[in-house]
Design a binder for this molecule. Structure first.
Ligand code: NAD
Length: 296
């Protein structure tokens, strides 16, 4: 039975690690928050007291951390994974971070005789729990083939976007579009409701018309329109506003590097920044609707 290390057990990492356990792998976990390891221990994981301890004896090491600085913290330095991973180990970072950080870490890994993939995901917490995530992978093809069986235990679609960092670029393009679509969907629903329309009826109309999109079909921002989405549980769980703001910042930085025009992405970043500043940073990003409804 292969030993896998999994570091970062938040909204996404915990259900992903759980799916590896269910697939029969022996999983060693670590998170700075001790409490987030409890459910994994109950499911059969061995918990460690540091990332380097979790990496001991692991053929493959997954990380699922908030942002680039956390990823650097876990990989670099004398206690980092780049030092503590066993020879020949494969490192797979599933966090959404700057493409340059992924490229830099992959180069450092190569120098140490390790292989590294950036493999950010799409599909949200529901996809993580159901094992239906989409993995968007950057790195060498042989490394991806080595990772594939493990990725298949956690996801349904696996795309090879290109070399190191390419997974991150594809992921932020997707999330920039998602941020724009969620803000636009909220704007349209708020306009209709202000004119007396029922949000459920309007959502059904849009979902079968040319304005249809992922938010109207699967992740409606209006409370009560859809069961089992964050909007219907006071925007708890899901994909935090702070994380969407981070991804829109990554897209804006990437645009500056290539002199690309991203006016809608920039506008969306400003909307989510305002929304976060109003105290909604921990709520799901679909709570951007509140900016349009004007009340809690
Ligand atoms: P989260 O904040 O819920 O989880 C991150 C976990 O990392 C936390 O448990 C935290 O304690 C842990 N952590 C932080 N620093 C650490 C360290 N140095 N060592 C060990 N553990 C550490 O975040 P999340 O929602 O699980 O998202 C993780 C990544 O996945 C982010 O990059 C996010 O952008 C991306 N993502 C999230 C979603 C979503 O729907 N939540 C969807 C797709 C992609």
């Amino acid at each position: 039975m292969d030993t896998i290390a999994f570091i970062g057990l938040g909204h996404m990492g915990a259900p992903m690690a759980l799916n590896l356990i269910k697939a029969g792998y022996s999983v060693q976990v670590y998170d700075v928050q001790e409490s987030s390891m409890a459910s994994l221990r109950q499911a059969g994981a061995r918990s460690a007291t540091s990332a380097s301890e979790a990496a001991q004896g692991a053929l493959i090491i997954f990380t699922m951390l908030p942002a680039g600085r956390h990823v650097r913290q876990v990989y670099e330095g004398s206690q980092g994974l780049l030092q503590s991973a066993q020879e020949g180990a494969l490192l797979v970072d599933c966090s959404t971070i700057e493409a340059q950080v992924s490229q830099d870490l992959a180069a450092q890994a190569r120098q140490r005789g390790l292989h590294m993939l950036d493999a950010p995901v799409s599909g949200g917490t529901a996809g993580a729990a159901a094992g239906t995530l989409t993995f968007i992978v950057g790195g060498d093809e042989p490394a991806l083939e080595r990772a594939r069986p493990y990725l298949e235990a956690m996801g349904k679609n696996i795309f090879h976007a290109g070399q190191a960092g390419a997974g991150q670029v594809a992921k932020i393009c997707n999330n920039m579009l998602l941020g724009v679509l969620m803000a636009g969907t909220s704007e349209a629903l708020a306009l209709g409701v202000a004119h007396g329309l029922d949000p459920q009826v309007l959502s059904s109309i849009i979902a079968r018309s040319s304005g249809r999109n992922w938010a109207t079909e699967l992740y409606n921002p209006w409370p009560g329109v859809m069961p089992d989405v964050p909007a219907s549980r006071e925007y708890q769980g899901g994909f935090g506003t702070a994380l969407m703001l981070k991804d829109l910042g990554l897209a804006a930085d990437a645009a500056v590097r290539q002199n690309s025009a991203v006016p809608l992405g920039e506008l969306a970043r400003n909307l989510y920044a305002l929304h976060a500043a109003q105290g909604h940073d921990k709520q799901d990003f679909s709570s951007i609707l509140k900016l349009y409804r004007g009340r809690d």
